[in-house]
Design a protein around this ligand. Structure first.
Ligand SMILES: C[S@@+](CC[C@H](N)C(=O)[O-])C[C@H]1O[C@@H](n2cnc3c(N)ncnc32)[C@H](O)[C@@H]1O
Length: 303
């Protein structure tokens, strides 16, 4: 038999730029919400076409995936809330895609924001920001910076944090990144983030630690289309999503402790959160309840 046919595909393809189109999938879901810039970003990035390119091969109709809209809205808004309530005034966002949270948050001149992601999607974002604001992206505001950085590359992260005030603590955030990472990559990302926390002080806030036990529970309520959609994303990104997630909270907290970190679990959706896409996406009250009760994020500090 042909040698090539015998070669196994890697479970985690080494080219991380294959993950970048998922930024457009989530950008499209956000168009069902009142998140700032969501509709413009989706149009300017032709996000719907990227969604079709990703889902068509598995025969998934994007309209069958609209539970993603409130999920993404809740996730985005929960990070906004936690950044604000931390009281810290400088933010480093990793793998920020085309969410433009930095553009939204730096309307407050006291908030310094550095958005980072891989080169390809960052360059697309610069053009989007330019189209929205009419200015070169890195000149829109003195407190807003866009930098290319791979979270696994400490030198690139150092170049990004050079934009921050070293005498002030930092909030480090990311959403929708670690789900794509192997265990070894999650550990490397954690160590890089910890190095930044040790230097600046502050907090790491992320919803990205999914547990295999929890996802198995969610799978029972999920539709056939949800399973196919995850398979389509895994195929497109070349990443065996969730296969190297932590088993449960206990294993995760032990990992954090072994790295000199401690984590606090917080529900993403609180009583004050208005989820605008509940109506526009037409999801059922049951799904909404599951999301509101089941989605969490982690607030992590160095010990
Ligand atoms: C699902 S998208 C999430 C984007 C954004 N956080 C959002 O919610 O809209 C995943 C993002 O991870 C980025 N990414 C993947 N591997 C990365 C790496 N090694 N370093 C930095 N970003 C990475 C991709 O480019 C993509 O923008």
């Amino acid at each position: 038999m042909n040698q090539r046919l015998n070669e196994e595909k890697p479970a985690f393809h080494p080219d991380h730029s294959r993950i970048s189109p998922t930024a457009k999938l989530v950008a499209w879901w956000r168009t069902f919400s009142d998140i700032p810039y969501a509709k413009q970003v989706s149009e300017l990035s032709d996000a719907y076409q990227a969604v079709r390119d990703m889902l068509d091969p598995m025969g998934v109709d994007p309209a069958q995936t609209l539970w993603g809209a409130p999920l993404l809205e809740i996730r985005y808004k929960s990070l906004m809330r936690e950044i604000k309530s931390s009281g810290y005034k400088q933010v480093l966002e990793l793998a920020s895609g085309i969410a433009l949270r930095g553009l939204a948050m730096t309307a407050d001149p006291a908030c310094a924001y550095v958005e980072t992601d891989l080169p390809g999607i960052t360059r697309e974002k610069l053009k989007i920001v330019e189209a929205i604001t009419g200015k070169a992206a890195n000149e829109v505001r003195p407190n807003l910076h866009f930098v290319e950085a791979n979270v696994l590359n400490m030198k690139e992260l150092d170049a990004a944090t050079a934009k921050l005030d070293p005498d002030k603590p930092v909030v480090i955030v990311h959403e929708g990144l670690l789900q794509y990472f192997s265990r070894a990559e999650k550990i490397q990302a954690t160590r890089n983030i910890k190095a930044i926390l040790r230097r600046f002080g502050g907090i790491w806030i992320t919803p990205d630690f999914d547990f295999r036990e929890t996802v198995a529970e969610w799978g029972k309520v999920g539709s056939d289309a949800a399973g196919k959609m995850l398979e389509a994303i895994a195929q497109a990104t070349g990443r065996a999503m969730l296969s190297e997630a932590f088993e449960n909270e206990k294993e995760f907290l032990a990992f954090l402790a072994s790295e000199g970190l401690e984590g606090e679990r917080v529900r993403q959706c609180d009583a004050d959160m208005k989820v605008s896409s509940e109506k526009t996406s037409g999801i059922t009250p049951d799904i909404m309840r599951t999301l509101a009760q089941g989605l969490h994020l982690w607030k992590i500090r160095a010990l």
